[in-house]
Design a protein around this ligand. Structure first.
Ligand SMILES: [Zn+2]
Length: 104
């Protein structure tokens, strides 16, 4: 199941949330100060499988792979629902398509 991270716009606190449905509203309030947050994608949150890199933060539930491939044409998912990432440029491209901000 993918883990999503949210960064607080006010205090910078990062909150992790498990989410099955990638289509749910991205809004989540900061657990520390109650401020607005923005969904982010972590730089390090990838798995190396058979020499290919897969993103955890941009993953989907395996049952939603077909739907996700329709929503984001050209995206490749493995059987665990993780999104294949070719390189850093590709990761930023995929994150932007999903309305995510990369965490520095
Ligand atoms: Zn906060």
């Amino acid at each position: 199941m993918p883990i999503y991270e949210y960064k607080c716009n006010k205090c910078g606190q990062i909150t992790e949330e498990f989410q099955i449905d990638t289509n749910v509203n991205n809004e989540l309030l900061c657990k520390k100060c109650g401020g607005d947050t923005k969904k982010i994608v972590s730089r390090v949150n990838t798995d190396l499988v058979n020499n290919e890199r897969y993103s955890n933060t941009m993953g989907v539930n395996p049952r939603q792979i077909k739907e996700a491939e329709r929503m984001f044409p050209g995206s490749v998912y493995n059987s665990k629902g993780q999104l294949r990432i070719n390189n850093r440029k590709h990761k930023i491209y995929e994150a932007k398509r999903r309305g995510l901000t990369e965490l520095d």
